[in-house]
Design a protein around this ligand. Structure first.
Ligand code: MN
Ligand code: MN
Length: 464
């Protein structure tokens, strides 16, 4: 049986939980996109002595136990290594999480005007309940890369003085037809267009010559004046529409955090913090923080890309083991925690969960043997032997853990990056933090679970 972390937590531990939660909120507030998370993490680990792989290769130095190195992939994902005392052929202890989150992306031709209101057209990213995204303050985060390859960073809607953006919903007075629709159709994908202006460009031209779309023209003028962006620059931009505002403590007891993007930053944060805290271990410690999990781990920056394998090959070569056989051995002998969120039991929707096999808020880090859907399809279904080892590792360091699976059989399901690493023949299981209202604009986690996750990851890197 799992237990509630708070029950036995002494004052000192409660303080540690709170301090860690504050640091995490700072990460959430500064990392609302995979690019922002990558920047934040690189800044943090460079201060801890991590050196960029490319720099190391150019310097001609080799790698030895205690060396810390990282590699960034296209500004959207990062892998870090702390070289252990044992040979890399014996395998690594790997933490893997993702730093992309569900959101709305701007289309390539986003800006238009309809009836003197200016809009940005979006295409949603990942699994979202579309009706949750209307009538919320929204912010724009991302980059516009111009033809000369200069990059304009966009971050509008977070400062107190910034404007915010929003998507309208139909007033209840006129919504009788809408309210009869299925949830999936109440708001449809193409209705998720963000309102960005309503003021026409003022001009001295007479009525006949005035701009046809003067509100859009005014927005274009503002974009040009403030950011030096032309309309066509949206063709080479990645701008994400996310909930505006910071993560907040939730509850009278402040035991929870309501924030955007807990999935999966609530695992990414304790993962890279654990790398720092664990220091140099017997086995090489590795942390993978990837992009594109929410759309199937595709693309050059997703887990299915060769980037991870190529980077491990580079690392091995720098330790003097450059054969393909050494690389195969290293990967096959590795242990991995696929650190991703689990669905916390929600009493309001109890019928969707199997209570005795659900995770509970405040009951610690989650060991999830399998994910998937419809008869475990798409899951890697971890080995009993590996799970036994992890139980022992957690218990040795007094880490509070629980087991769980995502909802009742055949109610739904989900996948993670676990099965991709399992392809190498390594031991992998899912191991993360329970989340309430996962994939909503504002998700909720327990501070206690966040802290236990960090403790669990440190124990894993040291002793697995
Ligand atoms: Mn996830
Ligand atoms: Mn997800």
């Amino acid at each position: 049986m799992s237990k509630n972390v708070w029950v036995e937590a002494k004052q000192k531990k409660v303080k540690a939980i709170d301090t860690f939660a504050k640091e995490y909120c700072d990460f959430l507030n500064n990392g609302k996109t995979e690019r922002e998370c990558t920047d934040f993490i690189v800044n943090a680990i460079e201060k801890e002595g991590y050196v960029e792989l490319e720099k190391l290769i150019k310097s001609g130095k080799s790698l030895k136990a205690g060396d810390k190195v990282y590699a960034v992939n296209m500004n959207k994902s990062v892998i870090m290594f702390n070289i252990g005392k044992e040979s890399l052929e014996n395998g690594m202890n790997i933490l893997g999480a993702h730093i992309d989150s569900p959101r709305l992306d701007l289309k390539s031709n986003p800006l238009y005007e309809d009836t003197e209101i200016a809009y940005l057209d979006t295409h949603y990213y990942g699994g979202v309940k579309k009706y949750q995204w209307v009538t919320l303050p929204l912010a724009l985060h991302g980059v516009v890369v111009k033809k000369d390859l200069s990059t304009v960073e966009i971050n509008i809607g977070e400062d107190e003085d910034d404007p915010v953006f929003f998507i309208s919903d139909l007033l209840i007075h006129l919504a009788s037809e809408q309210m009869d629709k299925k949830g999936a159709k109440v708001i449809e994908g193409d209705q998720l267009d963000v309102i960005v202006g309503s003021m026409p460009l003022s001009s001295n031209k007479d009525e006949k010559e005035k701009e046809k779309e003067a509100v859009k023209a005014n927005i274009l003028k503002i974009l040009k004046d403030n950011y030096d962006i032309e309309e066509d620059d949206f063709h080479s931009a990645e701008i994400e529409v996310v909930p505006a505002g910071r993560a907040r403590e939730a509850g009278f007891d402040r035991s929870m955090i309501l924030g955007y993007g807990h999935d999966d930053r609530v695992c990414a944060f304790p993962s890279f913090k654990a790398m720092i805290e664990a220091g140099t271990c017997e086995r090489t410690a590795c942390c993978i923080l990837v992009d594109k999990e929410e759309i199937g781990s595709v693309g050059a920056t997703g887990m299915r890309s060769q980037f991870f394998e190529n980077t491990v090959a580079e690392i091995m070569a720098l330790t003097g083991a450059s054969s393909d056989l050494s690389l195969r051995r290293c990967l096959a002998n590795s242990n991995m925690l696929s650190s991703d969120v689990s669905a916390a039991f929600d009493p309001t929707f109890a019928s969707s969960f199997d209570k005795k096999n659900s995770t509970k808020l405040g009951h610690g880090i989650v060991l999830e043997k399998y994910t998937g859907a419809r008869g475990k399809s798409g899951s890697n279904d971890a080995n009993a032997e590996y799970l036994a080892k992890l139980r022992a590792v957690f218990e040795k360091d007094s880490v509070t853990y629980q087991t769980g699976e995502l909802g009742k059989v055949d109610v739904g399901g989900g996948g993670t990056i676990a099965y991709i690493l399992a392809l190498y023949g390594m031991n992998v299981t899912d191991c993360g933090v329970p989340v309430l209202n996962m994939h909503a604009p504002w998700e909720c986690i327990s501070k206690a679970d966040l802290y236990e996750a960090k403790c669990g990851y440190v124990a894993f890197l040291k002793n697995a």
